[in-house]
Ligand binder design. Sequence first.
Ligand SMILES: Cc1cc2nc3c(=O)[nH]c(=O)nc-3n(C[C@H](O)[C@H](O)[C@H](O)COP(=O)(O)OP(=O)(O)OC[C@H]3O[C@@H](n4cnc5c(N)ncnc54)[C@H](O)[C@@H]3O)c2cc1C
Length: 545
Amino acid sequence: MIPTPFPNQPPPFEGHNLFAIDAALRSTVERSACAWAIPQLAAWGAVLGLPETYALADAANRRPPSLHTHDRRGNRIDEVAFDPAWHELMRLAMAEGEHCAPWLAPQPGAQAARAAMYYLHAQVENGTQCPLTMTCASVPVLRRHATSAPQLREWWLPRLLATGYDPRALPVSEKRSALIGMGMTERQGGSDVRANITQATPDADGAWRITGHKWFFSAPQCDAHVVLAQAGGGIGCFLMPRILPDGTRNAIRINRLKDKLGNRSNASAEVEFDRALAWSLDAPDRGIATILEMVRYTRLDCVIGSAGIMRGALAWALHHARHRVAFGRRLIEHPLMANVLADLALESEAAMLLALHLARAWEIDANELLPTAARIVAPAAKYWVCKRAIAATAEAMEVLGGNGYIEENPLPRLYREAPVNSIWEGAGNIVALDVGRAVRKQPEAIEALMADLDLARGANAHFDRHVAALDPALRRAPDEPAAARRVAQALACAVGAAAMIRQAPPFVADAYCESRLAESAFSGAALGTLPAAADTRQILARALA
Ligand SMILES: Cc1cc2nc3c(=O)[nH]c(=O)nc-3n(C[C@H](O)[C@H](O)[C@H](O)COP(=O)(O)OP(=O)(O)OC[C@H]3O[C@@H](n4cnc5c(N)ncnc54)[C@H](O)[C@@H]3O)c2cc1C
């Protein structure tokens, strides 16, 4: 007789409140300017942890979107059809304001609260976060231009700040809410957007016509995209609606959807523009500066999203290891497995703290130091946290043994999801080099960073030594491109460690500093290499309530 349930297979993880079981997140939020958001975060964590929400995430990724270029009469429609699960996930996230909350209700802590919301969502589903991120990042840029552009003021901004999901393909004036995408990357050059060949030419009434293509154009169903195009004197930045004010379709042809490694619930398209109508968002040669205003927010979301992916993978791994017995003991009781899990927990907590610290730089009441330091902290965090998510999801998957590799749990999906945050919005080398570029342009970012790190000095000798070495390394960074990854890693680890020293218990901060910042720390080592002094028992007790 086969026993039911079969022994030694862990119970389902689904059904937990993802906020309630995350002691590190809770204590960080409780002690921060966004403590007012705790009821909402607790409610959101409960919704996300439901078995039904995991099932939606699974369905939206198993049945990816499909492209319908023509209707049955042969007319071009360029529609993307999504599984109902996608729409439900979008509805849930927009109701929370994940695409707009800090702009809709600006107040101290609003950015951190939204970051925590996004972090929880990232533990369960990631494709839906793409249009939410791009929309959120577009608002400050569109606002800056709203005074001179009535269509932005009257049509777009109120709908970008609306929380009722409306996927209909209608002119924006007829919609309840709107979503925005971004189109920068072309076939001949993505990172090097100056090599773009798509052309913009002025048309009547201040409008422009855009002809060319985008090789990556995620979320093509969005109501508009912010696109870059050559505009005569330089690269311009334009808002290109999908549906024109008269209800006809703009001349945006979707050639095909990408067949992607991960992020499969989300549609990423290749498109061509045939004199597509667009409105300029800035002077025709200021396009790169304008889009970079958006990119600083999308990069922040890459950091938060990667931290969330790590946490999602860790929570499943911890749950499994607490229930599964091998060689007469629960997995978590084996010293080497405890080391692996504790190391993962440290990486995950550091990433979360770094993401929330970075989010504070964009709070309305941020002190001057944080935004100045963020000029170098943001690219370094984007480099390091996104890279670590790839290693951490692989390791968490292995904790589940063979089951980890099987699509019936979310670890394979989280693993496939992790690399994209490292590639888009500035691939690893680009963002690592960005630290040096920023130092050259704004050397005061180093002083701002050091002043911020000073607040954590004196508590840990490894940290103090690491920070002392970081200062000269940053000053050399503009002239040493080959060392850019090393510097970015050192910077990101320093900020993560400082946040830990200030906010986490000493057994967490000390283990992190000794394993990451000590001179004897293995550089590039696999996870699960914590020194003997690390208190893995306490770290693990804290990691999953
Ligand atoms: C799933 C997905 C969705 C995407 N969605 C969008 C979207 O919606 N809109 C959009 O505009 N783009 C999108 N992208 C494109 C993405 O932003 C680009 O792929 C990325 O910016 C890299 O550009 P590239 O592919 O042209 O690579 P390249 O620019 O050719 O870079 C290739 C590699 O070379 C490295 N490299 C480049 N220059 C240097 C240098 N000077 N020194 C050292 N190394 C260097 C890069 O780090 C990278 O590793 C998406 C990509 C993916 C995978």
